[in-house]
Design a binder for this molecule. Structure first.
Ligand code: HMG
Length: 390
């Protein structure tokens, strides 16, 4: 039985901060960002945008193509959830008017949770092929102002419809995984911004890649040459380059500079102009590959390396399905990205609102243009609205 992704779509915020604007504000050479970390822009969420509204924007175009009553489960991966008890997925379930005959749960482990939700969905479908599961990976990456991590913010949500006989990619059985209790990045309950030991985090990321690769090859017998395209978790695109170089060194593969670019560049293009989106980032990288690769990659194998600080990592693969190209929502992705509004540094700071945790009642100005918004909070209860027929 083949199980995998039948449809997928992503959304990001309607605003961005250019790293040229950022560099000018901080009096830094912009090449530190364009070349040094390989980033150009960061999507910035306004106050009436959160992971629920981003997820709704990601999922709506998928639900328009199917009978939404067929969704049997929503697995919502996020590390920037909106409530300590109620799953972000249940807010989403209400906003999207899904069937009551559905289970919803939130998954968390830093950026790894999206891969965990996807693997859980494949297992549920293997047990019952009638399941149609909506996997969401949605996050808003936020660090303290005036830290070196500030340049690696961003946000995004990916929605993936997981089914039997998938039309886009079959997720293959067998993966390599790795857990180690380390403190490279974390966010205590009282904070809205993450804390990070930046340089250490990049080392732990690369070690996790080597560990998961070893386990993956033991489990599957596959080699580097069996994989055609490589998608990595992308906190910034230079990290994915370093990851690919590390894998090449580890496997002793012979890769020319042109092959290196072909294997990695298409899967970085969206991430370079969106920034980190934590749990969504690996899957935005996959969509970037599909939307930018010029060749038809039917029957080609794509690898996925998921890394969540703290840390949990997994390496797995999938095989592209015949006819996948007709299902892509490339034009929609490109159009939404092109429509984003550039922020000045001062406007970005205005969006960089203080914690709402202590706020009992808030009404948000309509700033987010995407069709779903957080209208406000009343008596600590979040009020979401659908604002257009997008
Ligand atoms: P930094 O202080 O900006 O680092 O921090 P830097 O000054 O060393 O500069 C970075 C690179 O730019 C260096 O290259 C410089 O040489 C180069 P490298 O040595 O790395 O190859 N550079 C220049 N290049 C060209 N022209 C110039 C120039 N100036 C400098 N003029 C850091 C960078 C990434 C550490 C920081 O932004 C940070 O802490 N970010 C957050 C942490 C992070 O993203 N970690 C990634 C791995 S952990 C992960 O992926 C998980 C995560 O997504 C969270 C989760 O799991 O939930 C973060």
């Amino acid at each position: 039985m083949k199980i995998g992704i039948d449809l997928l779509h992503f959304a990001t915020a309607d605003y961005y901060l250019g790293l040229d604007t950022f560099a000018a504000e901080k009096n830094l050479d912009v090449d530190k960002f364009y070349i040094g970390i390989g980033q150009e822009k960061m999507s910035i969420a306004p106050p009436d945008e959160d992971v629920v509204t981003l997820a709704a924007k990601a999922a709506a175009p998928i639900l328009d193509q199917i009978d939404r009553n067929d969704i049997t489960a929503v697995l919502f991966a996020t590390e920037t959830g909106v409530d300590q008890s109620k799953s972000a997925g249940v807010f989403l379930h209400g906003l999207l008017n899904l069937s009551k005959r559905c289970r919803v749960v939130e998954f968390k482990h830093a950026c790894y949770a999206g891969a965990a939700a996807l693997q859980m969905a494949t297992t549920m479908i293997r047990a019952n092929p009638k399941e149609k599961i909506l996997v969401i990976a949605a996050d808003i990456a936020k660090y303290d102002v005036d830290t070196s991590a500030e340049a690696t913010q961003g946000c995004g949500a990916v929605a993936m419809l997981m089914t039997e006989s998938p039309r886009i990619i079959e997720i293959e059985i067998g993966s390599g995984y790795f857990t180690d209790d380390v403190m490279d990045f974390w966010r205590p309950n009282h904070r809205t911004t993450a804390l990070v030991d930046g340089k250490y985090s990049t080392k732990v990321y690369l070690n996790s890649l080597k560990q998961t690769w070893e386990h993956f090859t033991e489990q599957t017998g596959k080699t580097f040459e069996d994989i055609d395209y490589f998608c990595y978790h992308i906190p910034f695109t230079k990290m994915a380059d370093k990851a690919h170089q590390t894998l090449i060194r580890k496997t002793g593969a012979n890769v020319t500079p042109d092959e290196f670019k072909a294997q990695t560049l298409p899967s970085q293009r969206y991430n370079r102009i969106i920034g980190n989106s934590y749990s969504a980032s690996l899957f935005i990288s996959f969509i970037s590959l599909l939307d930018h690769i010029e060749d038809n990659i039917e029957n080609k194998r794509v690898s996925f390396f998921s890394y969540g600080s703290g840390c949990v990592a997994e390496f797995f693969t999938g095989v592209m399905q015949p006819g996948y190209q007709s299902l892509l929502m490339t034009d929609r992705h490109l159009e939404k990205i092109a429509q984003r509004t550039a922020l000045t540094y001062a406007q970005y700071l205005a969006f960089y609102h203080p914690s709402e945790a202590s706020e009992e009642n808030i009404v948000y100005e309509p700033t987010n243009r995407g069709g779903y918004r957080l209208a406000g909070i009343e008596n600590h209860k979040r009020d979401y609205q659908r604002t257009s027929d997008e």
